[in-house]
Design a protein around this ligand. Structure first.
Ligand code: HEC
Length: 97
């Protein structure tokens, strides 16, 4: 009887350990030569240097770019497609964490 208890405890232990917790903060970075990133580069060059000098995508991490592009996309009056493309461009050239 004791053996079974140990066995059950062991199984519960193994099962509970096999659930790998997925990293929730992972950012999917597009490739620099993806159509989104290439389109984003055009928008970035045309729209993002009007108020200040063009910022360097490599000055920020992919994660840092998310709120920046949200705010700056608004300032630059970008539509959602352009915003997503700019994000793809800067993230694909972003600083490594
Ligand atoms: C309407 C004017 C305007 C436009 C257009 C604009 N920005 Fe900005 N941006 C600002 C202002 C104002 C600031 C804050 C002062 C500063 O850092 O120069 C800023 C700051 C920034 C910063 C620094 C943010 C930080 O937290 O360090 C980045 C990066 C940036 N902009 C990127 C962009 C990108 C990318 C675009 C194109 C989508 C863009 N900006 C378009 C006005 C603008």
């Amino acid at each position: 009887m004791k053996k079974i208890t140990v066995l059950i405890a062991l199984i519960v232990f193994i099962v509970s350990c096999s659930h790998k917790t997925a990293p929730t903060t992972a950012v999917v970075i597009p490739k620099p030569d993806s159509p989104e990133a290439l389109a984003g580069k055009t928008v970035f060059t045309a729209k993002c240097g009007t108020c200040h000098d063009l910022k360097n995508p490599g000055d920020y991490t992919a994660q840092e770019w998310v709120p920046i592009v949200k705010e700056m996309g608004h300032k630059a009056k970008l539509n959602d497609t352009d915003k997503n493309n700019v994000l793809a461009y800067v993230q694909s050239n972003a600083r490594q964490n």
